[in-house]
Design a protein around this ligand. Structure first.
Ligand code: PRP
Length: 210
């Protein structure tokens, strides 16, 4: 089974409540996605390797460190875009590889409609980002594509998951660690996370319909 990391950071918990609130408009929603994604990434990236790197301060040479790994971010479109943009602010040297998957509303199965993976995978570690892990179908399918591409060290960073999604992702990819802000109660009959926050893509991009 995958390792699951749930953030208990007070600043994450505070923002999570704002994120869930139906009264939160898209501008503030996007800001909360950004903040939480960055905080989760800091936790998820703690094992990144660094190497010695000497710099010269205005006063003297100084032994420093620099990142020694090639980092990839894989946003699952569309809802993962806001998370990837946020994390890229912290690691501007990261490569961003886009995958587009949506969940068919009748079958609840993921449909891949965009795959930008090409050439040879040249990453040491990659972070798949998507706010919601519901049935786990989209994340599992995306990670299968990444493994087929040649990646080995893969992490999933999400905001909210259902137990069903964590279990499915863990069963499909037990080597992938999962980093979350919240593990919710269950999926409803439409496979929406309860209590969740609704549709993270629609709420980020203002495309909610009745
Ligand atoms: C949502 C979400 C995940 C997926 C989760 O995307 O952002 O990608 O559903 O569901 P699953 O775990 O059951 O696969 P959606 O299909 O609504 O597409 P969108 O990002 O374009 O809104």
């Amino acid at each position: 089974m995958s390792q699951l990391y749930l953030s208990h950071h007070p600043l994450v918990l505070h923002r999570l409540a704002i994120l869930r609130d139906t009264a939160t408009p898209p501008l503030l929603f996007r800001r909360m996605v950004r903040d939480i994604a960055q905080m989760l990434f800091l936790e998820a990236a703690q094992d990144l390797k660094v190497e010695p790197h000497t710099v010269t301060t205005p006063l003297a040479p100084c032994e420093g460190k620099r990142l020694a790994e090639r980092i990839g971010l894989v946003p699952i479109l569309r809802a993962g875009l806001g998370m990837a943009e946020a994390i890229l602010e912290l690691v501007p040297e990261a490569q961003v590889w886009h995958l587009g998957l949506y969940r068919d509303h009748r079958t609840m199965k993921p449909i891949t409609y965009y795959n930008k993976l090409s050439g040879q995978a040249g990453l040491d570690v990659c972070y798949v980002v998507d706010p919601m892990l519901a049935t786990g179908g989209s994340a599992s399918a995306a990670i299968t594509l990444l493994k087929d591409w040649g990646l080995k060290r893969i992490r999933f960073v999400g905001l909210i998951a259902a137990p069903e999604g964590v279990e499915a992702l863990g069963a499909a990819h037990p080597d992938v660690t999962i980093h979350l802000a919240a593990l919710d109660s269950h999926l409803n009959e439409n496979c929406f996370i309860v209590p969740g926050l609704g549709d993270a893509g629609d709420r980020q991009f203002g495309t909610e319909t009745e």
